[in-house]
Design a protein around this ligand. Structure first.
Ligand code: G3P
Ligand code: CA
Length: 253
């Protein structure tokens, strides 16, 4: 029946909790990651940057203002100073006291329980972040359960140079669509995932990528049809803020 076809297809989709289950708890905090685990996601996505004292901190923006009670650039804070900020109240007062966490803390708590999708943010500003990530990942040997992704292809190439076993994902911004087969070949030579925003999905590009044994993940913060579109375009999974895991939403096919 239609029902069982839909179910089988969805069960095969990789589901990623974007910045943790950030629709339900403050992004990139322990609460959001814990929620993603509870909801049964396959991976937790997180954004990593460097503190003033070169520690790997999980935060999306260059500035702390939107997600914490502090002001200014992440890079101007030491880890100890960042840890004093409240990273929960701006999402909802019931999360008051939630703090920023390091990549090290995330891996210590969640590695082995769920996959981790690490996004390298702003490597031009966070200089040396590639080396720090590779060094840390050497303590976490199961390569299948970790993916490092970035919009910055040079950062990914640098990581590949340092350790060929780390799974890599390229984040594509809309201006590269449709992608030339030459560019897909280049990316597929080091990356195992090529990931798109739902607004820049292109069926021919997805087909060409999958022919090269790469997987495609699709992300969106708001699109309620994310899963339907991901299925239609033949993608392998979705990166989303909401409970698309376990499968509990209507699917129109
Ligand atoms: O994982 C894809 C997505 O996280 C990229 O965009 O801005 O949410 O980091 P952004
Ligand atoms: Ca991200």
């Amino acid at each position: 029946s239609m029902q069982s076809v839909k179910h089988v297809e969805l069960e095969g989709m990789i589901t990623v909790a974007h910045r943790g289950a950030s629709g339900f708890a403050p992004e990139n905090t322990q609460a959001a990651f814990q929620k993603g685990l509870e909801l049964g996601a396959d991976f937790l996505e997180c954004d990593v940057q460097l503190t003033k004292d070169n520690e790997l901190i999980l935060i999306h923006d260059l500035h702390v203002d939107r997600t914490t009670d502090g002001q200014g650039r992440v890079r101007d804070y030491t880890l100890e100073e960042l840890k004093r900020l409240d990273a929960g109240t701006s999402f909802h007062p019931s999360f008051a006291g939630e703090t920023l966490i390091t990549l090290d803390e995330l891996l210590r708590d969640f590695y082995g329980k769920i996959g981790i999708l690490i996004e390298v943010k702003n490597p031009a500003i966070n200089k040396g972040i590639e080396e720090k990530i590779v060094e840390l990942l050497e303590d976490y040997p199961d390569r299948k359960s970790i993916i490092v992704q970035s919009f910055d292809v040079n950062a990914l190439k640098r990581i590949h140079e340092l350790n060929k076993d780390i799974q890599l994902g390229v984040l594509i911004n809309g201006s590269f669509i449709p992608m030339s087969t030459k560019y897909i070949d280049e990316l597929a030579s080091f990356a195992t995932f090529i990931n798109f925003n739902v607004t820049s999905l292109d069926k021919r590009t997805v087909d060409e990528i999958r022919k090269r044994d790469c997987k495609v993940l699709v992300w969106s913060k708001k699109d309620k049809r994310l899963i339907q579109k991901a299925i239609l375009y033949g993608a392998d999974g979705v990166i989303t803020d909401f409970s698309r895991w376990p499968v509990d939403q209507e699917v129109y096919m």
